[in-house]
Design a protein around this ligand. Structure first.
Ligand code: SDX
Length: 392
């Protein structure tokens, strides 16, 4: 009957955690991985270096990086029976659903550590998933497009192999395009971790029950898929395409985004934490100009995006609510210029976020965190006597 309910003030809210991996300042638009600024890492490091930094806490020296890459390459095959699982999916399946299922299925073929007491077992599982995940990513795309499955090549770099497995044409030699390699390397760095976002929190809470690494990652992939989270990069492109079809009428879509009766949101805008420009969006916007210029791609969608951004940045509705472009606003434009199909955009986000998820899962386990158990403010009925069915 509406009694006042209070949460036990001493109850430790397991919705948040201590972490030493990524620092965000939402007001100032600052992002640092293990203390290094995202701007410097995007410019001066490569994706595997950043993965090592996030997971183990230090930038690797050349010997450490070479060993890390060699250990990953040694695990860069998947059991051929995985192809039977892949064959069971219809072509209509979204690659995120395929990726989540195959990542979870890896546990059946390669037991991932539940016991983290052995640093060696943990390390082996980490290099194993870093070696196999790009294959699953590429195969989820090849399956969708009816293309034969490709493996990497021992002579190629980590990101070069991702592009080769995605794009190698069965009846011609594969030519690496350094512009695509650099662009993808930078995009993966920019997506590599982001503190306790929805999908990372999902990975941590799944792993807190001592579920293995691979199934914890599979839960993160599912959470990332939502259009309010990683699925936004695909939704941004679909929105920009709709505006283009609509004659580039950005004002109509701005009005829709502000209309309380219209569920439409300006995809790629706003953020739970950043109440300033997302620093990654600045870097990606600059990269979009560079990559499209280097590739000689004229894409009217980029102009529409810039026009929308300019309008939103001076519109009181967006200014009052501190809604700025986020990481997803420009990334899809680069993926599209690289020839990556739109249904793969969120898969590319998952590929970038993989080292962050691994780092966060490892930290949570090494910190011996208790099982995740958020509490609630109960707002339901107070006690009621049971009534037999004839009296209801
Ligand atoms: C990612 O957490 C992370 O770090 C995530 C991420 C990562 O790297 O892991 O950064 C990646 O997920 C980026 C976000 C991608 N999602 C989108 O671009 C989808 C569009 N954005 C929104 O749905 C929204 O901004 C969220 C989900 C990102 C944030 O939601 P909030 O902080 O809960 O904002 P809110 O829903 O409380 O909205 C506050 C106000 C509301 O208006 P009022 O009720 O105050 O009148 O702002 C409005 C909202 O209606 N609003 C928007 C809007 N986002 C918020 N209005 C129009 N368009 C938008 N995009």
């Amino acid at each position: 009957t509406g009694g006042v309910i209070t949460l036990d003030p001493g109850y430790k809210n397991t919705g948040s955690c201590e972490s030493a991996i990524t620092f965000l300042d939402g007001e100032k638009g600052i992002l640092r991985y293990r203390g290094y600024s995202i701007e410097e890492l995007a410019e001066k490091a490569d994706f595997l270096e950043v993965a090592y930094l996030l997971i183990f806490g230090e930038l690797p020296n050349q010997e450490q990086l070479d060993k890390f890459h060699a250990d990953i390459k040694a695990k860069s095959l998947v059991d051929d029976d995985i192809k039977k699982i892949l064959d069971a999916f219809p072509k209509s399946a979204h690659p995120m659903g395929v990726l989540s299922s195959l990542t979870s299925a890896l546990t059946a073929f390669y037991p991932s550590p539940v016991d983290v007491s052995s640093e060696e077992a943990m390390y082996n599982s980490i290099v194993r998933i870093l070696g196999k995940f790009p294959i699953l990513v590429a195969w989820s795309m090849r399956k969708k497009h009816g293309l034969p499955l490709e493996y990497g090549d021992d002579k190629l770099g980590y990101v070069e192999n991702i592009l080769k497995m995605m794009f190698k044409n069965p009846n011609s030699e594969y030519e690496q395009n350094p512009i695509l390699v650099d662009a993808l390397d930078k995009l993966l760095i920019l997506h590599a971790d982001h503190e306790q976002n929805c999908s990372t929190s999902t990975v941590r809470i799944t792993g807190s029950s001592h579920a293995g690494l691979f199934v914890s990652l599979a839960s993160g992939i599912s959470a990332l898929w939502g259009p309010l989270h990683g699925g936004a990069n695909q939704a941004v492109l679909e929105m920009l395409e709709a505006i283009k079809e609509d004659g580039g009428d950005t004002k109509k879509y701005m009005a829709k985004a502000k209309d309380k009766n219209d569920p439409f949101r300006l995809m790629g805008f706003g953020h739970r934490v950043y109440k300033n420009f997302d620093p990654r969006a600045r870097i990606i916007k600059k990269a979009a100009d560079e990559v499209l210029g280097d590739l000689g791609v004229e894409d009217p969608i980029l102009d529409i995006a810039k026009g929308l951004e300019q309008e939103a940045l001076k519109d009181p509705y967006f200014v009052e609510r501190k809604l700025y472009p986020n990481v997803d606003f420009y990334s899809g434009i680069i993926y599209r210029a690289m020839g990556i199909p739109v249904e793969m955009f969120t898969v590319m986000f998952a590929l970038g976020r993989l080292p962050g998820w691994i780092a966060q899962w490892r930290e949570m386990r090494l910190n011996k965190e208790p099982i995740g158990r958020p509490r609630q403010l109960y707002t339901g009925a107070t006690y009621r006597e049971f009534k037999s069915i004839d009296k209801r």
